[in-house]
Design a protein around this ligand. Structure first.
Ligand code: PHE
Length: 449
């Protein structure tokens, strides 16, 4: 068993690989654009540090203490009479639901690497036609790339922690960092960089609304991959005794840095082309490709590099959402890793197919229920309901149910009494309440903002 465990750096890269994903490079820049730049960035940083990181650390404590799958983790660490807490371990199912629509987006990105290399759209309106054409009409291309994404992800997980996950992250994460670094240096030479910098760091409260705070908290959760036992499961595969506080801080810092650097790169390019930052979700798939085209041959290279970076970031995240379910099936149900992986991924591949078809003109109508199509429902139910519930389970379990001494022993040697105290306040009061409010708001039960 020991051989199939993460090394220290392997764990950090894998956890960072999980955290750094579409949330950083695609979503963070556009929600920053929509919520007034600097003011939003400030609130986001606060929520990441206080709410996101405290739950992240709690998940690492759980996993690294039990060294078991999520269900067994809750079961072994719950005191006698409270063993029913094991059911909260099933929040790993959130992960496979995420996998089924996240892989669709990974598929688009793989397709965009090809588009970037062959035929970039020459204007924003043409870029829109290309993107909507893929999304709504081109079922075959979507299917091919979606299948490719699923195969890649399943293959990695079937190889196990050391030969699969650690190896993949050891290659893709440094490559991602290098690509972003080079793009960042280049973006600093662009005319729009100063404007991008001002936009990201000078608070503009005009576009900042109370709802921006809620968006920031929700995103802090999503971007750190907490609330679905992913980080817990990775921590369970830690081979050695590691300073878990330092490791967690490194992952959170890296995740935040990459979000900010991505924002600066994208906005520098957008401003240099005289475009506006508040373009919404189409920023990456519509606005950017058109600008890359205008930049000539350097734009071509940038476009390829950018979509490769996006692919690497999203593949390492997608891999991490499958592992908790597979680990559960292997450890509790005695399945072989290969059987567990391909079994569960085939099931959710089919599940995802319906989400894919729900975006198309041909099948959209039958796969739309109420106000949303299936793709949007998967996104909504996981992000607005299941992840927050998973996060609350972790916070309440570590803060109130689990043996206090175990929690203390796991953290005080690494963070000292004073920070432990602050962390405990975050876990017991601030995080669960903040997350609960978000959930009520996002689901529309109560509208605060
Ligand atoms: N953190 C990833 C991102 O920012 C998304 C993710 C969410 C990955 C939940 C795993 C679990 O894109």
């Amino acid at each position: 068993m020991k051989v199939n465990r993460f090394s220290r750096i392997g764990f950090i890269l894998a956890a960072a690989g999980s955290a750094v994903g579409l949330g950083n490079i695609w979503k963070f820049p556009y929600i920053t654009g929509e919520n007034g730049g600097g003011a939003f960035v400030m609130v986001y940083l606060l929520t990441v540090v206080f709410i996101g990181m405290s739950i992240f650390i709690a998940e690492v404590v759980l996993g690294s203490t039990s060294h078991k799958d999520a269900v067994s983790t809750f079961e072994t660490l719950a005191p006698e009479g409270k063993k029913y807490w094991k059911y909260s371990g099933f929040s790993f199912l959130t992960g496979v639901i995420i996998l089924s629509f996240y892989s669709i987006v990974v598929g688009w990105i793989l397709n965009y690497i090809v588009i970037a290399a062959t035929k970039l759209p020459s204007s924003v309106s043409q870029a829109e036609t290309v993107f909507l054409g893929l999304l709504k009409e081109d079922i075959v291309s979507q299917l091919i790339y979606y299948t490719l994404a699923f195969l890649l992800i399943s293959y990695t997980i079937s190889k196990g922690v050391k030969k699969g996950i650690e190896k993949l992250n050891n290659i893709l994460m440094p490559a991602l960092l290098i690509i972003l670094f080079v793009m960042f240096i280049y973006s600093m030479t662009l005319d729009g960089f100063k404007q991008a910098f001002e936009f990201m760091f000078y608070p503009n409260f005009e576009k900042f609304h109370p709802s921006s705070i809620i968006i920031a908290v929700g995103h802090a959760f999503f971007t750190l991959s907490v609330g679905m036992t992913t980080i817990m499961t990775y921590a369970a595969s830690l081979g050695k005794k590691v300073n878990i506080v330092k490791a967690s801080m490194m992952v959170v810092t890296l995740d935040t840095l990459i979000a900010i650097i991505s924002g600066l790169i994208i906005f520098a390019i957008v401003y240099s082309a005289g475009q506006e930052p508040s373009k919404g979700p189409g920023l990456v798939f519509i606005t950017l490709p058109a600008i890359f085209y205008e930049m000539g041959s350097i734009g071509n290279i940038m476009a390829i590099a950018f979509f490769i970076a996006l692919a690497f970031a999203s593949i390492t995240s997608a891999v991490s959402v499958l592992e908790p379910t597979v680990m559960y099936l292997v450890e509790r149900k005695g399945l072989s890793r290969v059987k567990a992986t391909y079994g569960i991924s085939s099931l959710f591949y089919i599940f995802g197919l319906f989400a894919l078809l729900s975006n198309t003109n041909e099948f959209g109508a039958v796969l739309t229920f109420g106000s949303k199509n299936l793709f949007d429902w998967f996104d909504f139910v996981t992000a607005a309901i299941l992840m927050p519930i998973g996060g609350i389970f972790v916070a309440v379990f570590v803060g109130y149910i689990m043996d206090k001494q175990i929690v203390r022993n796991a953290l005080v040697p690494y963070m000292g009494e004073r920070f432990f105290h602050i962390w405990l306040i975050m876990i017991k009061y601030v995080s669960p309440i903040a997350v609960f409010i978000i959930m009520l708001n996002e689901t529309g039960i109560i509208k605060f903002a």
